[in-house]
Design a protein around this ligand. Structure first.
Ligand SMILES: Nc1ncnc2c1ncn2[C@@H]1O[C@H](COP(=O)(O)OP(=O)(O)OP(=O)(O)O)[C@@H](O)[C@H]1O
Length: 290
């Protein structure tokens, strides 16, 4: 079976010409979440954020995680990244039990997690240097430059994070994750602070990165944006409200790729999925329903 695809870019989005259809079920498992419960000790007692979560994500899948604020999306992402230990259950990444963070799993956080005393350039270089030990200095420098230019921050490379807007900081964090280009990319509301145009171009860059990696990169992304979730993902995991949040439903997005941003919204299948996700997230639609 041919395993090639070609990318072309236009104002409307990424055009990925499929030369084969992916059969997700036959792909190796990338992330396995087995019966994971995460509880925190708080001054008021034990607080269970997520409860008995089971989820299998296959290699090359793009999965979006959506749910109301506080339902445990970030907690689940931190558990996959290895920064939070499950109270019970386990997480496996590429067959290995996750016990700590690792270079195979890159994460972009909501709060950017930049080192405030390092310039934009150094924030990325230091991370690349630590993660990609077998690359030469010239290769690392080139990576930093390419990705800073990709997020339109090359002119700001000598600024400190404190001198940047929220959206700029978010773009630095995206450039850092893209430079390291890990096998598993964990994105916690990566595009939340960006304006609509920048967000769209980041979607394109994300899909480019995925396609250039021959669609082998696994991406899990937290988002509050239903359109973004449908445009990017193969599946959308909808969480119930917490405490002790569970998975409410997993919705398949069987829309063929390439997905054109302008056209997709008129596709009856898109409209149906959009309605379904909205219904899962919002129980009441009008004041008369109250
Ligand atoms: N370290 C912690 N100690 C105590 N409680 C925590 C801790 N981390 C998260 N929580 C609680 O767990 C719940 C889930 O938080 P989490 O940040 O995972 O939610 P979220 O779905 O990502 O929210 P948002 O969409 O607002 O970012 C919240 O009630 C939060 O207060």
């Amino acid at each position: 079976m041919s395993n090639t695809s070609t990318i072309s870019l236009s104002d409307e989005g990424v055009s990925v010409v499929d030369e084969h259809l992916l059969d997700q079920d036959t792909k190796p498992v990338s992330i396995q979440i087995n019966n994971v419960t995460v509880s925190f000790k708080t001054p008021k007692g034990i607080y269970t954020a997520v409860k008995e979560i089971d989820l299998t994500v296959r290699k090359g899948e793009i999965v979006a995680l959506i749910g109301h604020s506080g339902c445990g999306k970030s907690t689940l992402m931190s558990t996959i990244s290895g920064m939070v230990k499950p109270t019970s259950g386990e997480v496996y990444a590429n067959g290995k039990k996750v016990t700590s963070p690792g270079p195979d799993r890159g994460i972009v956080f909501q709060n950017y997690s930049l080192l405030p005393w390092l310039t934009v350039y150094r924030n990325i270089y230091v991370a690349v240097d630590a993660a990609l030990k077998d690359k030469t200095a010239a290769e690392k420098t080139a990576l930093v430059e390419t990705n800073l230019k990709m997020v339109n921050l090359w002119e700001h490379k000598d600024k400190l994070p404190g001198q940047l807007s929220g959206g700029m900081k978010q773009r630095v964090a995206i450039a850092r994750a893209f430079s390291i280009n890990p096998k598993i990319l964990l994105l916690d509301e990566p595009f939340g602070a960006l304006d609509a145009l920048t967000k769209s171009s980041m979607h394109i860059e994300l899909l480019k990165l995925w396609v250039m990696d021959d669609r082998q990169k696994t991406i899990i992304m937290v988002t509050h944006d239903i359109e973004e979730a449908i445009f990017l993902s193969d599946r959308v995991v909808v969480m119930n409200n917490g405490p002790a949040a569970t998975i409410k439903e997993i919705v398949d997005i069987p829309l063929s790729r390439p997905r054109n941003k302008k056209d997709i919204v008129h596709d009856p299948a898109y409209i149906q999925i959009h309605d379904k996700l909205l219904n899962l997230l919002i129980d009441k639609f009008s004041i008369a329903d109250l």
